[in-house]
Design a protein around this ligand. Structure first.
Ligand SMILES: Cc1cc2nc3c(=O)[nH]c(=O)nc-3n(C[C@H](O)[C@H](O)[C@H](O)COP(=O)(O)OP(=O)(O)OC[C@H]3O[C@@H](n4cnc5c(N)ncnc54)[C@H](O)[C@@H]3O)c2cc1C
Length: 470
């Protein structure tokens, strides 16, 4: 399919956020949207496994006279199909030791007062992308592949448009450009938007060696026992580490038999060196035995064994956020003034953080569904107006960019606090140099006490659900 030479909106990147935006733009009646991706086909890897209530459920709230509409996956007809594909995860459960009972730290049932999705929807990302892709295909949305954006500048004749140049030299003139092109975003770099950890110059997360490297794998087990709560996100919290495991729904891989597949994730301390690119059975087993469920199972229970790695990967955790989510393409020379055509950033192109709490893809999807009506309105209004009004018409886009950046900062803060709480040192330390205490032991006692209260568990679920930070 030939790449057109013009568009009202060019969406760069057909990951989950780009595809959701394309669907939402169509739903809002935005004309002439073109989606491009540099990859020959979608990534199709498991990655994100959690979809939260705020990402699924659309709702209308009234503030004073005017109602406010929260757009979500329901708005673009993906919710029902995703719910059919997923597991309903009802709680997060922390396992602290062999002789200690597990603690439910977040419990989602009480959220039924606020949402019909009173659970975390557990679906691997490749299934989520397949569902979104199928809906897009049914609606006639095409992805132009492989087309890699290489350059971008304001159009010389009409500065309210942006010229996007592809690797093969093709030029596409767009009224608005959306960078949904992932954490290494070419669009962000071409627009010279600064990208930094909001907590300082240095990436503070990766200064903590226990957090720098993580592995994630979808595996099958022999001897999966009662410690494998089907309706929970399970976390074994032990000596300076946390090991996560979840039951994946149904048969998420096409060549899979009836065996249950589990997601495991664990951080890799520095002393183990850089983990392999695709951790194998032995590596995953070593993590299971050092930090995973095998350290909390009763002594007489057979050791859980990894029998297959269906998919596995390593990655580095870090937090970063773009200085702005709305900018304009540079002019022909670096010192030429910025022109008027909006360039927007969504998803991982705009913000990234470690995967604890499963928020990354959720934030990105919500960036997209919320942007669509405003961008559609901008395209309509700008098409009907003169050049000099174009910047004025961008006020709602500016408000969107400010709001979404603040939402992303909140999530980055929540994830940071969660990490601090989970990776607390379990060695003895001294207060004022002589009073011994063990922060890990104290954390466990406080957590166990607080988790006896329903308000604590419900409040934790509320935060994770995103309903307070749509
Ligand atoms: C190991 C791992 C585990 C994760 N776990 C979770 C989790 O549990 N929960 C959660 O919510 N999130 C999780 N995430 C994050 C989640 O996967 C991302 O937030 C999500 O994929 C972001 O989607 P996106 O569409 O913004 O970007 P991407 O999925 O990265 O898609 C970007 C697209 O842009 C295309 N592209 C890039 N450059 C160009 C270019 N120059 N021209 C044209 N196209 C281009 C790429 O080919 C790609 O298709 C995890 C991520 C990783 C890596």
């Amino acid at each position: 399919m030939a790449l057109p030479s013009s568009a009202q909106v060019l969406v760069v990147g057909a990951g989950p956020t780009g595809m959701v935006l394309a669907l939402a733009l169509q739903k809002n009646g935005c004309p002439d949207v073109v989606v491009v991706d540099s990859a020959l086909q979608g990534e199709n890897t498991s990655r994100a496994v959690a979809i939260h209530a705020a990402t699924i459920e659309a709702s209308t709230t009234s503030f004073g006279e005017s109602g406010y509409r929260y757009e979500a996956l329901e708005t673009i007809d993906c919710a029902e199909r995703l719910v059919k594909e997923g597991n309903q995860v009802k709680r997060t459960t922390i396992w602290l030791g062999r002789d200690e009972s597990p603690i439910d730290t977040a419990f989602f049932s009480p959220l039924s007062k606020y949402t019909k999705y009173n659970y975390i929807l557990g679906v691997p990302q490749h299934v989520t992308e397949k569902v979104i892709g199928t809906v897009a295909e049914e609606r006639g949305i095409k992805v132009h592949r492989p087309h890699k954006v290489a350059n971008m500048r304001a159009n010389e004749q009409d500065p309210s448009f942006t010229d996007v140049v592809f690797e093969d030299g093709h030029v596409l003139r767009a009224r608005a450009v959306v960078g949904a092109d992932g954490s290494r975003s070419t669009i962000r770099q071409l627009a010279n938007v600064n990208w930094a950890n909001p907590y300082g110059q240095v990436d503070t997360d990766s200064k903590d060696p226990s957090l720098a490297n993580m592995i994630i794998a979808d595996v099958t087990f022999a001897n999966a026992t009662s410690a494998f709560l089907q309706d929970a996100i399970n976390l074994v919290v032990s000596n300076d580490n946390a090991f996560l495991y979840i039951t994946l729904p149904g048969t998420p891989y096409p060549d899979q038999t009836n065996e249950t597949v589990y997601r495991i994730a664990c951080s890799i301390p520095d002393e183990l060196g850089v983990p392999p690119h695709a951790p194998d059975i032995e590596y995953c087993q070593m993590l299971m035995d050092r930090w995973g469920p095998n350290i909390v199972l009763p002594k007489d229970t057979p050791r859980v064994q990894v029998t297959k790695t269906v998919w596995s990967s390593r990655f580095r955790t870090f937090s970063s956020i773009a200085d702005t989510f709305l900018t304009h393409a540079p002019g022909k020379t670096p010192d030429a003034p910025r022109r008027a055509g909006p360039v927007l950033l969504i998803g991982d192109a705009a913000h990234i953080h470690p995967p604890m709490g499963g928020q990354g893809m959720n934030l990105g999807i919500r960036d997209g569904v919320k942007l669509a009506p405003l961008l559609t309105e901008y395209v309509r209004a700008a098409s009907a107006s003169s050049d000099c009004q174009v910047e004025e018409l961008q006020a709602p886009l500016k408000a969107w960019a400010t709001e979404r950046r603040s939402r992303a900062l909140t999530v980055i803060g929540i994830v940071k606090d969660l990490q601090k709480m989970l990776w607390i040192p379990t060695r003895r330390q001294y207060l004022l140099g002589f009073i011994p205490y063990n922060p890990g032991w104290m954390r466990n006692k406080v957590l166990r006490f607080l988790a006896t209260f329903e308000w604590f568990r419900a409040n934790a679920a509320w935060k994770v659900s995103g309903l307070a930070n749509r």
